[in-house]
Design a protein around this ligand. Structure first.
Ligand code: NAD
Length: 511
């Protein structure tokens, strides 16, 4: 394919330098609002990927010994630089990913909060001490970094999800190899530049680009001790298995840790008849259609319990009033989907609902956006009368589509949700505390909102998920994120004031 020389190329970030790849394989980056090619991203060569991981390995010996106060200072500067550059970062996100500028700033802000949290590393990395385990003997633990870590990110949060990964890994003293989504690499590149400007030494963060070969490289390279992955179920299972099959999993205590959020997002919102109607309808509309439904925590399925089903006409009218437009246009509520393929997939899932007997209450398939006729737009869509055996319920739609189920009781709603293979997020809308308590207690989902539609935890807690939505054993950010990126060393020491010479060898286990 011929490219105009004006199409910019995404650089690799190797050993502190932004370098042009020597590869012959490139992927186009499109503006989802127009489908114009706005950049090209390389599939890094094997040599380039090796150079990146070697750089991480070399930098590790000094970075892991850098004082924790120095690391903290770098991330304190980093959070300020992210704030100073939030508009520039948001523009890149909107250009490559399509979400509205306001939503792009939200994406950055939620990642920034993780960086701010990383600045508390001097408290977060404290070990434990227990004096006088026995006479004159004390035990204490250190938290230490584990080595080179790697992150593989999806397209839907170009800032937030990479910022879940490398700042926490690095502030613990690890070096980091990042592979952003090949569809939205630009934001990660500017984040890397800002980190360098904050004083992160060369080699502490390296960035490679690509698809399967880059992912396989990360799963296989022996120097990489930990992998963070967020993305689809299919890729997540593959990465989890490939990492484990390498035998490293057997050595989990010593060498290889993998954590992974992979999810076919099917987050249910339960609407009780006693809920605050205005608030609930607004929350549902925002959580189903914001970011064009391309959030893993989008509330894509609503279960109306009892008479709350009478609110459906108002829900439809409010959804219809959202403005579909390019993300950089003033007043846009719903931007385009990431690609023509994503649009075609979403439209075919809507059609499957029609064909399987659901009722199309609002159809966004024919939406026209003036001036952006080639964009990947789908307007807000609501499918009513859905049953759990329908394809549109079973598949993750990942678009601006809200599907509606009905239940006669809270128990019926809970049982429906607990039968779903995924358990990422959910919400209940109610004014009754006992109902809310029963729900939070009985529903088997990682993140639960009570009158909060998208209950993504702030970084002092951890991002989680249950059942098919999470693999691994420690979660992202929060205390668990620190555990993931560190290993423990335990020291037991005995210092006797009097003569410590043993009279004879002690061959039995000390008690
Ligand atoms: P994706 O799985 O296609 O891509 C994620 C990363 O994996 C990318 O870097 C990509 O290059 C790589 N990849 C893709 N396919 C691969 C394969 N077959 N083998 C190896 N690597 C592969 O995900 P996406 O489309 O970029 O992001 C959207 C998906 O991510 C949705 O399914 C969404 O629910 C999920 N997601 C989940 C969460 C969560 O917290 N549970 C958060 C964000 C996104």
């Amino acid at each position: 394919m011929c490219y105009s020389s004006s199409v910019p190329t995404t650089k690799l970030f190797i050993d502190g330098k932004f370098v042009e790849s020597s590869t012959s394989e490139w992927l186009d980056i499109h503006n989802p609002a127009t489908n114009e090619v706005v950049g090209r991203v390389p599939k890094a060569t094997q040599e380039e990927m090796l150079a990146a991981v070697d750089s991480c390995s070399r930098a590790y010996s000094s970075w892991s010994e850098t004082s924790i106060l120095s690391r903290q200072q770098i991330f304190l500067r980093y959070q300020q630089l992210i704030k100073d550059n939030i508009k520039e970062l948001a523009k890149i996100i909107t250009l490559e990913q399509g979400k509205t500028l306001a939503d792009a700033e939200g994406d950055i802000f939620r990642g920034l909060q993780v960086v701010e949290h990383a600045c508390s590393i001097t408290s977060l990395m404290l070990g434990e001490t227990l004096p006088s385990i026995t006479k004159d003997m004390d035990t204490y633990t250190y938290r230490l970094p584990i080595g080179v870590c790697a992150g593989i990110a999806p397209f839907n949060f170009p800032a937030m999800i990479p910022l879940w990964m490398f700042p926490i890994g690095m502030v613990c003293g690890n070096t980091y190899l990042m592979k952003p989504s090949e569809r939205v690499p630009g934001c990660t590149m500017l984040l890397a530049k800002l980190l360098q400007d904050s004083g992160a030494p060369d080699g502490t963060l390296n960035i490679i680009h690509g698809q399967h070969a880059a992912v396989n490289f990360i799963c296989d390279h022996p120097a990489i001790k930990a992998i963070s992955f967020v993305g689809s179920n299919q890729a997540g299972e593959y990465i989890y298995e490939r990492g484990s099959k390498n035998g490293k999993r057997v050595h989990i205590v010593c060498y290889f840790v993998l954590y992974c959020v992979s999810q076919g997002a099917k987050n249910h919102g339960v609407v009780m008849p006693d809920a605050n109607k205005e608030n609930t309808i607004n929350q549902l509309v925002g959580a189903a259609f914001g970011a064009a439904g391309q959030r893993c925590m989008a509330l894509s399925t609503a279960i109306f319990v009892g008479e709350s089903r009478d609110w459906l006409p108002e829900l439809v009218e409010r959804s219809r009033s959202l403005r579909v437009n390019a993300g950089d246009q003033p007043g846009a509520d719903v931007g385009p989907l990431i690609s023509p393929a994503a649009k075609a997939r979403v439209e075919s899932l809507i059609q499957s609902g029609v064909e399987e007997g659901a009722q199309l209450l609002l159809d966004g398939r024919k939406v026209q956006v003036k001036g952006y006729e080639n964009g990947n737009f789908v307007g807000p869509t609501i499918i009513g009368n859905v049953s759990p055996n329908m394809t549109c319920y079973k598949e993750e739609i990942f678009g601006p589509v809200l599907i509606i189920l009905e239940a006669d009781s809270l128990d019926e709603a809970i049982s429906l949700i607990n039968s779903n293979p995924y358990g990422n997020g959910t919400a209940i809308f109610t004014t009754n505390g006992a109902t809310a308590r029963k729900y939070t207690h009985e529903v088997d989902v990682g993140q639960i909102g009570v009158n909060v539609p998208i209950p993504v935890p702030l970084p002092m807690f951890s991002f989680t998920g249950s059942r098919g939505s999470f693999r691994g054993d420690t979660n992202f950010y929060g205390k668990q994120g620190i555990q993931f990126y560190t290993q423990i060393k335990t020291v037991t020491s005995q210092w006797k004031a009097e003569d410590a010479t043993l009279k004879s060898p002690a061959v039995t286990m000390p008690t």
